[in-house]
Design a protein around this ligand. Structure first.
Ligand SMILES: NC(=O)c1ccc[n+]([C@@H]2O[C@H](COP(=O)([O-])OP(=O)(O)OC[C@H]3O[C@@H](n4cnc5c(N)ncnc54)[C@H](O)[C@@H]3O)[C@@H](O)[C@H]2O)c1
Ligand SMILES: O=P(O)(O)OC[C@H](O)CO
Length: 333
């Protein structure tokens, strides 16, 4: 039986542990808090993040990373992106040779502008054949209810991607393989920023034309960034690109979308943060995505607009007007 460690008892870590168990894996779920770990082990439920969802008996929770990693073929990482470097620094010495590290995270590191797979390779000292990414339209709550969804499992080594595909394939979760790790990660990280922008438009009472414009032009700037960083532009037309944008930008379950809606309705950043109990990665990653874009010489006006609202306190109306006042351009360039 395939053994997997999942780090992070939040909504996606727990839901992905459920997927792996439903696909026939034995899963060790690492969490920071002993009390939550005990509750998961005794009730087979994670009441803090996925109340009402019965978890398989094949999932055992632990606070001990060495226990979680013992014999693990895959170590799945589902902590907030900005905490990965520090956390993985503690876990990496416990890794067994050959364990593949799988990122579920959709963020870019502040300060370095690195993708999560880059942080993993650097901190754990592993080659690209031991780093994989899962990204797609995967709202945890829907998946926890076992509603059908698809995703992309990406690894530069296709054999490893296929192994992971088998490990997480269930009747309700359909993974497709891809070797474009860069494209899949950028699709996941940037869609959170575009989700904030679309949420703002919703909160401002704007309609579907505005939102479709933000989604489509958001995808255009994501694709530009990806092309500059060596991604395959077609990846952005797939599940990890357009697919995830559609889910995030249309769902009230999306934390990024909801966060943006609150800002669009006039909340301050502090009020929107206080109203959010889970991780909305785009709030921090809008700055690191913009940093990455500038380092790469890529124009990302919507990302810049989001940073202006979230971190520079500019009013949404003013930022939207500035976006519309940009000089006229061909659609493709
Ligand atoms: N929830 C989803 O629908 C979903 C889907 C796909 C991808 N993701 C991505 O997965 C990642 C995790 O998101 P989530 O939804 O599970 O978040 P979450 O907010 O539901 O849970 C985060 C988990 O990390 C823990 N945590 C917080 N700070 C920590 C720290 N400093 N060290 C260790 N653990 C810490 C929390 O206790 C919690 O268990 C994010 O990058 C997110 O973008 C989420
Ligand atoms: O709730 P969000 O905004 O973090 O989005 C969750 C997933 O990434 C959707 O695929």
């Amino acid at each position: 039986m395939t053994r997997c460690a999942v780090f992070g008892t939040g909504s996606w870590g727990t839901a992905f542990a459920m997927i792996l168990a439903d696909a026939g894996c034995e899963v060790s779920l690492w969490g920071r808090r002993q009390e939550l770990v005990d509750v998961v082990n005794t009730t087979h439920e994670n009441p803090d993040y996925l109340p009402g969802v019965r978890l398989s008996d094949a999932i055992t929770a632990t606070t001990d990373p060495a226990v979680a990693l013992a014999g693990a073929e895959f170590a799945v990482l589902a902590v907030p992106s900005q905490t990965l470097r520090q956390n993985l620094g503690a876990w990496a010495p416990l890794l067994e040779p050959g364990t593949v590290l799988v990122s579920l995270m959709k963020g870019i590191e502040l300060g370095t502008a690195k993708r999560m797979s880059e942080v993993i390779a650097e901190v754990a000292g592993v080659g690209p054949e031991r780093v994989a990414v899962v990204s797609g339209p995967n709202l945890a709550r829907e998946i926890a209810n076992r509603q059908p969804a698809a995703t992309v499992v990406a690894c530069s080594d296709e054999v490893v991607a296929k192994r992971l595909q088998t490990a997480c394939h269930t009747p309700y979760f359909r993974p497709y393989t891809n070797t474009d790790v860069v494209g899949c990660e950028l699709g996941g990280a940037v869609k959170n920023v575009i989700g904030l922008a679309v949420g703002m438009a919703d909160g401002m009472g704007l309609g579907d034309n505005t939102k479709a414009t933000l989604i489509t032009r958001g995808l255009a700037e994501t694709t530009r960034l990806g092309a500059a960083l060596g991604a395959d532009p077609y990846t952005f037309a797939g599940l990890a690109g357009m697919g995830d944008l559609v889910a995030t930008c249309s769902s009230p379950l999306s934390r990024n979308h909801t966060f943006g809606t609150n800002l669009g309705r006039g909340m301050t950043l502090a009020q929107a943060v206080a109203a959010t109990s889970q991780t909305a990665e785009g709030v921090k990653s809008c700055e690191s995505v913009l940093d990455l874009a500038r380092r790469s010489g890529v124009d990302m006006p919507i990302v810049e607009a989001v940073v202006d609202v979230v971190h520079n306190g500019r009013p949404t109306q003013e930022v939207l007007a500035a976006l519309m006042a940009r000089s006229a351009k061909p659609e493709r360039r």
